[in-house]
Design a protein around this ligand. Sequence first.
Ligand code: UD1
Length: 418
Amino acid sequence: MDKFIIDGGRRLNGSIRAQSAKNSVLPLLAASVLTEKQVTIREVPAIADVMCMAQILRELGASVEFRGGDAVIDSANASCHEISSALTRELRSSVFMLGSLLTRFRRAVISYPGGCDIGLRPIDLHLSALKRLGVRIRERDGFIFCDCDRLRGAEIALDFPSVGATENILLASVMADGRTVLQGAAKEPEIVDLQNFLNAMGAKIAGAGTDVIEIEGVKSLGGVCYLPVKDRIEAGTYLIACAICGGETEVTGVSAENIRLLLHKLRENGCKIHTKNDKIMISGGGCLKCNRRIETMPFPGFPTDLQAQATALNCSAEGGALIVENLFETRYKYVPELRKMGADIEVNGRNAFVRGVPRLHGASVTAGDLRGGAALVLAALGAEGCSEVFDLSHIDRGYADLQGKLRRLGAQIRRVRI
Ligand code: UD1
């Protein structure tokens, strides 16, 4: 068990290159079993979720090696279609394996998926879409048993643009008989990345990034060497850190288009933002103003994965902010921890009302989930005095070397074993 010790109040200056997107790399790893040829995913971040997904692939019989930061997957010998419940519980993204396993083996068994404890996270949309593609599904004792004689293309309409369901549909229909038309698809940049990855393997998919995706089933897929899109959530976290602490920081690798709404909100706070090609420059600090309202929405709306970090910023800005969380029911579990640092936040269902205070103070706090944990780190960086952040396992799921990157920007943060 490790903890962070953070001395608040340092300005952040310098340049950071964003890691490859966690939410892209995970479905790409799942997709790598769709071919018996070698797949290389370049520059994968050293985060716990990636290691867990690699372990799932190994359980299926694939070999996964990390070479110089790239993941090299060879699933020619994969033969198992069941994922152990220990790994599924640890990683909700293992639900993508349903689509991949069905395409590869025509059958799949997984237990109900886990991941961050931020709400109910049902998978009904995944399952009803798979049924449309010809999959038989039985649920028993917490396990989901799927099988089919063949996958066949279908017209599918999602009632809600679920990211995971959209990705699962791509993975299950990419080699189905005939054509699949998906209406109401999620439009996140990571969906576009999955389309590009699969097309580079020989798939025929068009429309990702819009709400209609068309998939023409192909007979087989080949190997690929692919560099994933960069992590807009990680990039956004560092931009918010600089907004809170002050200083001048540049984040490279992420297109401003992919975090347009965050940049708009940061300007509203009073930060100066410049963008050029894949560089985003922020000059933060000073007397920040609260955002009047931040409401999380599917892309291109404000990302739920930056809600906690944006709330942390508003805690020590001038005025009041209404935060509305539309995606996940219980995504305010970090709020009691922020209160220990002097934050004034009232939560009522999906809404949190923040009254800005002049400055937060250091405290001992515990990360309860990935993004909530990042928010506590950001609050501590801006707070007066020393803070400790416990239970880093959640933060390790999504941020590679968070402390190293922040230290290089001038933060006083140490990771110590307890
Ligand atoms: C993905 C991201 C996660 C992000 C989320 C929303 C990955 C690995 N994770 O999660 O970081 O916070 O998108 O941007 O990419 N829902 C249903 N039924 C379903 C599926 C989803 O009701 O079958 C609901 C969920 O409970 C939630 C909402 O839809 O309220 C969004 O879920 P979804 O878009 O599926 O998120 P994930 O794919 O789990």
